[in-house]
Design a protein around this ligand. Sequence first.
Ligand SMILES: [Zn+2]
Ligand SMILES: [Zn+2]
Length: 438
Amino acid sequence: MGGRMSSSVAVLVWVLMLVTSVRGQTVERLSSAQIDRCCADVHEQVITWRRDIHEHPELSNREIRTAGVVAEHLRRLGLEVRTGVAHTGAVGVLRGGKPGPVIALRADMDALPVTEAVDLPFASRVKTLYNGREVGVMHACGHDVHTSVLMGVAQVLAQMREELPGTVKFIFQPAEEGAPAGEEGGARLMIREGALENPRPEVIFGLHVSPGHRVGTIAYRSGATMAASDGLRIVVRGRQTHGASPWSGTDPIVVASQIVLGLQTIISRQIDLPAAPAIITIGGIHGGVRSNIIPEEVELVGTIRTFLPEMRSDIHERVCRTAMLIAQGSGAAAEVKISSGYPVTFNDPNLTARMVPVLEAVTGKGRTISVPPMTGAEDFSYYQQRIPGLYFFIGVTPENADPKQAAMLHSPQFYVDEGALAVGVRSLTHLAVAYLKR
Ligand SMILES: [Zn+2]
Ligand SMILES: [Zn+2]
């Protein structure tokens, strides 16, 4: 009996020691070193997810398999999961064991109609019909990286749930590249369908891969970071006639040519370019069917990129006026339609200043760099219109390669050094914990 008593005392002591050591460990869990250890533990798994998603890319609003993989993972981690948000989006909520703020982390999941030309064992061989044509499908914008990185972050933070002071919302968003014609989608629809409600996050973080930087580098900018992107369509109406007697009609081809050049002088002669850059690109001219027929009309399509709201509306006005008056001067007419695209991706300066030291600690000094504004556009901007956000870039070009020679995003040669996955997981995890702990 005595023997039995002493052995149960021993068991009790052992249980107490175990509880204490587990407690000691959980207290330690939010230390920087412990976060890095957890991120390292999940690295191989993140690579596996990324290769699987890369091999099975899906176009905007068609991310059914991808969203399924994501939702299953989030459920397995014990998160509250909502699916079918903005068609195929998934939102997971991880409530920490301690009180604190709510934050959001966002990843986009869609691929592009690009035929992969990279020789990888997990290269995409997927084909689909796009605008009536058979095309390849490829994660040529790296959203496979964004998705698998955020799955990894969810796993790491779920492991730390008990000690986490606050709530983390994981937003897996479809259709960043734009919904198919006639459909809605992307960040704007996610917000309309409640992605930023119940609970409402007070800040949001997101990242994008960057072939312009080496792996291990993080690039960011405070304030206006990526451009507002607006679509432009101009129809020039003349009067059709014989190509040998232009005086008997009104030639919309010559008028359209003058408009193309006139629009460039808005940027070069009328805009305060030192205040912020701006771009007008005409990417398409459609008109005419035969060498000796002056057509009735010509269509111009293009894009306008700006960084300041006042400059955005000012350029829109100038585009309308320039096109209409040039046409009028020749007796033609121009109908101008500008369709608003994504607004400026604007990194909240206070939030950016607070979080940059966290990113610097992830990369080491000198490898988190402030970069000039980029004329690309990103629908993360819609979240930032509602709450302060920080959107940054992780380098994906191998250490021994020249980022200037690297294939751009949307290129069939676009390539990701998988070391970037670790930087992605560490940066978002550290940002989340640092913000919650503040
Ligand atoms: Zn893209
Ligand atoms: Zn992208």
